[in-house]
Write a protein that binds this ligand. Structure first.
Ligand code: G3P
Ligand code: MG
Length: 256
């Protein structure tokens, strides 16, 4: 079932700090969060970096593609100003930098593998290989059902990326991420040997939530931003969710 934290800061610090940056990670931590979700994509030189959009324009100014930009170039870009002037110059961090930050601060990571179009298999493989290296000690010491949250959990909307991650590092757990739960969710979860289904809370029903959990899978929802809705889905049996409102829904939110 679900052996991980229940309330997770989305993209670092939700909407309070620039997403997928170290400033975002520090913001989540400052609000007491020791569990975070973020998005990982490959640079042109095959380095995993934190990024949601495959093309510039929203969080990083200008035109261009992440898949055509090196990690060194990305590290020199401003991924903070779009949120607030006080974050000006906040770089696009590498996955390694963020994993180091999370490890040294005791933060559990839901690593969303976010491949640029056409890079699904490569991204799943490379992120899995890096994670295996970065968490070698934790993976070796992990006892299922005892200290699972010492090792990151992968998720992805890309079935192919998750299959590639499974092939490269089968010991690192996976959650299948979907907007709408598809009719073949059981087959997909079994093929991935996934521990959980991650889905949009807006498209979930109490009946579906109950079925997924009865079949032995964890159930994670994104992105829940009001305490009322959080209470509602937790009452359905949802195991965990991520939130953009780390100021309104704290890490100790119990749903009552
Ligand atoms: O992993 C949950 C959530 O982050 C998925 O959607 O677009 O925010 O990456 P998105
Ligand atoms: Mg995400």
């Amino acid at each position: 079932m679900w052996f991980y934290p229940k309330i997770i800061a989305h993209r670092g610090g939700g909407t309070l700090a620039p997403e997928n940056t170290l400033a975002g990670m520090r913001c989540g931590l400052a609000h007491g969060f020791h569990a975070v979700e973020f998005d990982v994509m490959l640079s042109s030189d095959g380095i995993p970096v934190l990024m949601h959009d495959p093309e510039f324009g929203r969080t990083v100014r200008g035109n261009g593609k992440v898949s055509e930009t090196t990690a060194r170039q990305l590290a020199a870009m401003d991924a903070g100003s779009w949120r607030d002037a006080r974050f000006a110059g906040e770089p696009v961090p590498t996955y390694e930098e963020v994993a180091d930050f999370c490890k040294s601060n005791g933060i559990w990571m839901n690593v969303e593998i976010k491949p640029a179009p056409g890079f699904e298999v490569e991204t799943g493989r490379v992120v899995a290989e890096w994670t295996r290296r970065l968490f070698a000690g934790e993976i070796a010491a992990c006892i299922p059902g005892v200290n699972d949250a010492t090792v990151p959990l992968f998720s992805s909307f890309s079935f192919d990326a998750l299959m590639a991650a499974k092939t490269a590092a089968p010991e690192i757990p996976r959650g299948y991420l979907v907007d709408v739960v598809p009719p073949d969710w059981r087959e997909k979860l079994r093929a991935l040997d996934a521990v959980a289904l991650h889905t949009n809370h807006k498209n979930l029903t109490p009946g579906l939530a109950s079925t997924i959990r009865q079949e032995g899978f964890g159930l994670f929802c994104y992105t829940v931003n009001t305490p009322e809705r959080a209470r509602e889905i937790l009452a359905w049996g949802v195991d965990a969710f991520c939130t953009d409102r780390v100021d309104l829904i704290g890490p100790g939110f119990a749903g009552n």
